[in-house]
Design a protein around this ligand. Structure first.
Ligand code: SF4
Length: 496
């Protein structure tokens, strides 16, 4: 039976990463089409079964094969659908209607198809939104003002148009790298709506007259790799060669120049010195555009004439993971409310090296996040109510020490010294001037964004949780967590 559902009124959809048994059970019994959609971005409710009957769709969270059989039998006969967890009007069913379940938020634009259509079926994408084939000038006009999303984007927080213009003006054989490595939002788009990622990449390729598109994924992200590969094979008339390339799962590998190194097949990933940037010397020395999957999905939306100021955010940490979308006017606490998080010590905003805060009355725009000293990588990492912020930032400093590429001294040696200075807090020594000066050097002298941002959890943590740091230096952990120190070693004297 066809998996193209589009606006058909009778259908069963099963969304989620582990949904095979539920889909199989539905298929066994259903007369209606059964669609295996990708993840919705809200793993806590998956498998999510959605039964459309007429103008309504009923959702069943954490569905079992028995739920699927009951739904299929109801749709096949005259009986009413079993009671679900949410029911939504779906008279126009091209996109996931937002069920009233924790984690979905109130807005979906670039995430609209995630968990609703069969991800790698081009007919499903064409039915839902259609493939757009705009000429380069029209793309620049409609999408040149889109802001790059994510630390793996060479236009991060800047309009993409000037980067395209720079590549366009150069001689050579330009390339486009879609960096889908290392951020839950990018991975979700790759897994659940790969055609929108590829469509955006195709637009950029036409604009810069690229000869090749590389889609770069983490080697531990099989779902995104498989979906993007299948979609690339099935894409109707993709304008240039497109390849999906895997790279190491290391966090730093998403840095734009390390992504280029990985695309070239280099095993030891180090950030490249700049200038020149990738727009001058990128993949195999050719001018290259590097955008994240979120960025190119927003480009595709802009070319379709949709608004593009929404922000994809992922709630992680001591919370059920959820990837959702906020408008530019929504405060960050809207995302936590949507994800059902109400009690926390603090939130690290903006990725692995974001800013630690308790004040989430901040909109998700780059300007507002910068003003609040928060990161813009679209991740809200929750520290639960029992978490110790001192231990948390200590571990984050140690992560920077362990995971940097080793290329430059400020990051390589600075992260080591920073970890030691934080360890000293447990010995009774909190040397703020020394810590502050070290962080200043790291932020101003490191070669790439990894080292430039690595001190931010510590710096913002020291500001937000000054009393907790003082208490640790005096031998007490207010959270009662520090039986061992921030690096996992037994402390000299810091006992709760
Ligand atoms: S900042 Fe860190 S990750 Fe970046 S080049 Fe320097 S050592 Fe490598």
């Amino acid at each position: 039976m066809s998996e193209t559902v589009g606006s058909q009124r009778l259908a069963v959809r099963v969304a989620g990463r582990e949904s095979g048994d539920v889909a199989a059970a539905a298929r066994e019994r259903a007369d209606a089409p059964v669609v295996e959609a990708g993840s919705t971005g809200v793993p806590g409710v998956e498998p999510l079964l959605a039964a459309s009957d007429g103008d309504e769709t009923t959702f069943y969270a954490n569905a079992t094969p028995a739920d699927a059989e009951a739904v299929a039998d109801a749709l096949a006969g005259d009986g009413a659908l079993p009671d679900g967890d949410a029911t939504v009007d779906t008279a126009d069913a091209a996109a996931l209607p937002l069920p009233d379940l924790d984690g979905f938020g109130a807005e979906r634009s670039v995430l609209a198809r995630c968990g609703w259509i069969a991800p790698t079926n081009p007919d499903a994408y064409a039915d839902a939104v259609g493939f757009t084939d705009a000429d380069p000038d029209a793309v620049v006009e409609s999408a040149g003002g889109v802001l790059g999303r994510g630390w793996g984007d060479w236009s991060a927080d800047e309009p993409v148009g000037p980067l395209w213009e720079g590549v366009r003006e150069r001689d050579g054989s330009p390339a486009v790298v879609v960096n889908a490595h290392g951020n839950p939002g990018d991975a979700l788009l790759g897994e659940s709506d790969p055609f929108s990622v590829l469509e955006g990449a195709a637009h950029v390729a036409r604009v810069v007259d690229a000869v090749q598109v590389f889609v770069y994924v983490s080697e531990d992200d099989e779902a995104a790799r498989d979906a993007l590969t299948a979609a690339a094979d099935a894409y109707p008339d993709f304008p240039v060669d497109v390849s999906v390339v895997e790279g190491p799962a290391a966090y730093r590998a998403a840095e734009p120049t390390m992504a280029i190194e990985a695309v070239e097949g280099n095993h030891r990933l180090e950030a490249r010195l700049r200038p020149p940037g990738p727009e001058v010397e990128g993949v195999f020395g050719e001018p290259t555009v590097v955008h994240t999957a979120r960025t190119v999905a927003h480009v595709a939306a802009a070319v379709r004439g949709e608004p593009t100021d929404s922000r994809v955010l992922s709630v992680t940490g001591d919370a059920d993971e959820a990837t959702l979308e906020l408008t530019a006017d929504d405060a960050l606490d809207t995302a936590l409310d949507a994800a059902g998080v109400s009690d926390y010590t603090g939130v690290l905003v903006g990725g692995r090296f974001g800013g630690l805060t308790t004040d989430l009355d901040v909109t998700p725009t780059p300007d507002a996040l910068d003003a609040a000293d928060l990161g813009t990588d679209g991740v809200l990492e929750v520290l639960g109510p029992d978490a110790c912020p001192v231990a948390f930032v200590g571990k984050r400093a140690q992560f920077a020490e362990d995971a940097n590429c080793g290329r430059c001294v400020p990051c390589r040696e600075g992260s080591k010294q920073l970890t030691e200075l934080l360890r000293d807090v447990y010995e009774g020594s909190l040397d703020r001037p020394k810590i502050d000066e070290l962080m200043r050097v790291m932020e101003s002298s490191s070669v790439c964004a990894f080292g430039q941002h690595a001190p931010r959890p510590v710096r913002t943590g020291l500001q937000e949780f000054a009393e907790e740091f003082e208490a640790h230096a005096q031998g007490t952990c207010p959270a009662g967590q520090c039986l061992s120190d921030a690096t996992g070693e037994e402390p000299a004297r810091a006992k709760p």
